[in-house]
Structure formats: C-alpha cells, structure tokens
Write a protein that binds this ligand. Sequence first.
Ligand SMILES: C[S@@+](CC[C@H](N)C(=O)[O-])C[C@H]1O[C@@H](n2cnc3c(N)ncnc32)[C@H](O)[C@@H]1O
Length: 258
Amino acid sequence: MSNENNTILGIDVNLICEFFLNTERQGPGSPEVTLKALSFIDHLTDHSRIADLGCGTGGQTMTLARHAPGQITGLDFFPGFVERFNHNARVLNLQERVKGIVGSMDALPFGEEELDLIWSEGAIYNIGFERGLNEWRKYLKTGGYVAVSESSWFTEERPAEIHDFWMSVYEEIDTIPNKVAQIQKAGYIPVATFILPEYCWTENYFTPLVKAREIFSRKYAGNKTVEELISFQHHEAELYRKYKEFYGYVFYIAKKIK
Ligand SMILES: C[S@@+](CC[C@H](N)C(=O)[O-])C[C@H]1O[C@@H](n2cnc3c(N)ncnc32)[C@H](O)[C@@H]1O
C-alpha cells in the first residue's frame, strides 16, 4: 500500500501506475489459473455479486466475467488502471456486467453480506492477508467465497538472501499451512490451495515487463526514479530465478461458513 508520500518502496506511485499501463498483467498469474480457482466455487448465478479487489487493468477480471455469471465490480486505487479496466470491459462487450470503480480495499463501498464472491489476485498484500480476510468477511453472504493469490513460502527454512528480501517488502509472507490456519481462524472453511506454475511469473509477468521497461526508459531517459524502479524489477526477477523453489504465489479459496 502506498504511504502518505505516495510512494511504494520509495518509488512514486504515479510512475509505477504509468509503467504498468504498458502491461496486460500487474502481477504473476494466467487465465488457466484464474479458471482453476473458479472451478472450486459453486452456486454462482446471474444474480450473484462479485468483487475483484485490487483489480488493476482487469486481465483476470475479464477471464472471470467470461466464465462466471453475475455482476462484477472491479475496485482499484489507481484511477488510470480503472479507466483502462472499463475500456477493456467495453472492448469485450462486458460493460453491462463488469464495472471498474476507484476505491480502497480498506474502505469497501459494499453493504454487509452483499457479495457472493470476493476475488483478489496478487493484491491482498496491500492490506495484509489476515487483515483482508477478517475485514472483507462481513461483506460476504454466508456460503460466499473468497479467492485470493498471495506470496507464500514453500519450505520451513530458506536462504538468508531471499528471507531478507521478503522481510523488506512483505513481512506477512508465510508457509501454506500457516496461511491456511489464518483462513480458518478468520471464520472460513479452507476449500483449496494450489501453487501458481512458474510460467505465471516468467512468461506472463517478467517477460512482458522487459518491453514495458524499454518503452519507459526511452521516455524517461536519465530519470533516477525510473532507474530505481527498473533496477528493483531486475533484482526481483533475478531473485525469483535463483530461489523459486522456496517461494511463489499460492491461490487460496475459502468459504464463509456463518
Ligand atoms: C500486483 S497488482 C495486481 C493487479 C491484478 N489483480 C493482477 O493480478 O494483474 C496490485 C494491485 O493492487 C492495487 N492496490 C494497491 N493498493 C490498493 C488499495 N488500498 N485498494 C485497492 N487497490 C489497491 C494496485 O493499484 C494494483 O493494481
């Protein structure tokens, strides 16, 4: 989440937003993974209300909309992403069922027990996994689902370099069993967990970033902030290549029981 200086990891959020407008996805994932997570969710109808929190430009939302019935609200905190989201919905002729709105996941504009499904790919970390699960629960109907992807450790122990990196960017990263216990404690039945395949990071996330970086470094040649953003991304990709057996994204699907 950004702070009062409007920075993420010390980098101006507007620049980050502009950068990611040049990419289809803003985090690791794939349409196959979105559909796999969706396959664990039952009872959706044309009357269902779905929210995609931290939707970005809506890559995963449009996949969801083409395979699930109901009304979908995408919510993101960057107006530029929401504008692109609504444009994408219009291009796919989904605008009657899919709407993007600007908002924050820590102050949701939904009524209590209004939603059948809360979706959030690679975004719950902005509020924190446990806080998100606890706070979002009241917006779900009994029997409603939450489906989120979240960075997780695959092993109990790991090399100091990757441990320290994650402690500096997201201290709440944890093992899958610990995340599942948090889900249970927050009042849901854990329904499924699965690890996102490697191509979701490499082909679908890191590779498109290379082109976006080329565009950006031409436009902002010599800009220190842009250089920092690019060097952070190189570091992130390099760490993934080196330590991918120790961490990754995991999809967690859970049901609100009462
Ligand atoms: C890593 S991106 C994931 C985007 C998208 N779900 C995807 O998988 O491509 C995280 C998203 O969370 C959004 N975000 C950050 N803080 C937020 C907040 N407090 N409320 C809503 N969205 C937020 C960012 O603008 C960004 O679009």
